[in-house]
Write a protein that binds this ligand. Structure first.
Ligand code: FNR
Length: 334
């Protein structure tokens, strides 16, 4: 059973929080990892498939063959599936599908994007606390694994506490709090005082979030935690930029992180487009260098691997998979 006290956690991030990045975060020292947000009705189109060669469980979209969610034993006790939903029944159906493959379920109640709000999901749920409560209560009452949610703060600490108390009364095991309101953006200062106000008054563990701008090294995680008075901390951007932020021993150079990430992408046959996106978000402004531009031209894992001297690694792995009976989904002729 997941324990949410004293944990350092990889926060949910669309397109970033896929299997290779989650495993990298765990190997560097994260205690728990969230999946990217997966939308309930999309998930319901998928079928659970066991991949005996990669040793993964894949949820494959039956309409287009894409992998909606891929997981493996290494993360089984530590991966939290985040759902985007506005419907208790649908959320429960998905949760029941994955109940035996993940450690916990989280409901996204913080996403301010138009897609989420129009669909009544994400931060829209915070304007309908009864509905939000009902989704959580339905999951808590019917699942054997813990349920949590991730919210944004309200206009005042008092209103935030009122909301958290209501959600907590559903029986959730912990609550993630991003210290910004629905209208604030990442460049705005994070309201650690709001998180602290709630943390001091609520009995379930609070997972503080929103501090990445000030988190440049491992020790900064604990400064943020102290400011928030929280049980645990969840990192998004700091991990997106350099996942080795989770290492007690300190940050690794960017190229080492990219190499470690690329090996996992190859090992788990991650799609080139997702792999490229994640590396672009590590390289950031360095994309505008000769090597960055060379990278931007890459279309295959093998091409990306060549830039970081991993061509042989990639060739061997892909040949091995090929010989075992699966061609890479992405490179037909390894
Ligand atoms: C996010 N965030 C986010 N939140 C969430 O609940 N579900 C999601 O799928 C995503 N996706 C996502 C993608 C990317 C690229 C970023 C940068 C952020 C928000 C994220 O989890 C976090 O709340 C904020 O980024 C603030 O935390 P940091 O970045 O200061 O640690």
């Amino acid at each position: 059973m997941v324990i949410y006290e004293d944990k350092i956690i990889l926060a949910p991030m669309v397109r970033i929080g896929t299997l290779p990045m989650r495993l990298l975060a765990l190997r560097y020292g994260a205690d728990l990892v969230y999946s990217e947000e997966l939308i309930d009705w999309k998930f319901l189109r998928s079928k659970r498939t066991v991949n005996d060669i990669l040793h993964t469980v894949d949820y494959v979209d039956q309409t287009d063959g894409t992998i909606v969610f891929k997981t493996c034993n290494e993360e089984k006790e530590k991966v939290i599936l985040q759902l985007g939903t506005c419907d208790a029944g649908r959320a429960l159906k998905v949760a029941k599908l994955v109940e035996n493959d993940v450690a916990a379920i989280d409901i996204n109640m913080g996403c301010p994007k138009e897609f989420s709000i129009k669909g009544g999901m994400g931060v829209a749920l915070l304007a309908q606390p009864d509905k939000a409560y009902n989704i959580l209560k339905t999951l808590v009452d019917n699942l054997s694994i813990p349920v949590t949610c991730k919210i944004r703060i309200q206009e005042t600490p008092e209103k935030t506490l009122e909301l958290v108390e209501k959600l907590a009364s559903s029986g959730i095991s912990a609550i993630g709090i991003h210290g910004r309101t629905r209208d604030e953006r990442p460049q705005h200062a994070v309201h650690t005082d709001f998180i602290k106000y709630v943390s001091q008054r609520i009995s379930i563990p609070v997972i503080a979030n929103g501090g990445s701008k000030e988190i440049e090294k491992y020790g900064d995680i604990f400064k943020f935690k102290d400011l928030c008075g929280s049980s645990s901390v969840m990192l998004a951007r700091a991990a997106e930029w350099n996942c080795s932020i989770f290492r007690k021993e300190g940050l690794l150079p960017m190229d080492t992180v990219i190499k470690d990430y690329l090996k996992l992408a190859v090992d788990y046959d991650n799609s080139p487009s997702n792999t490229k996106y994640c590396i672009q978000n590590i390289l950031r402004e360095l994309q505008d260098t000769p090597r960055g531009r060379q990278f931007l031209d890459c279309q295959t894992l093998k091409q990306m691997c060549a830039i970081w001297d991993l061509e042989d690694y990639c060739f061997k792995k892909q040949s091995e998979y090929h010989n075992m009976g699966i061609a890479s989904r992405w490179q037909v002729n390894p």
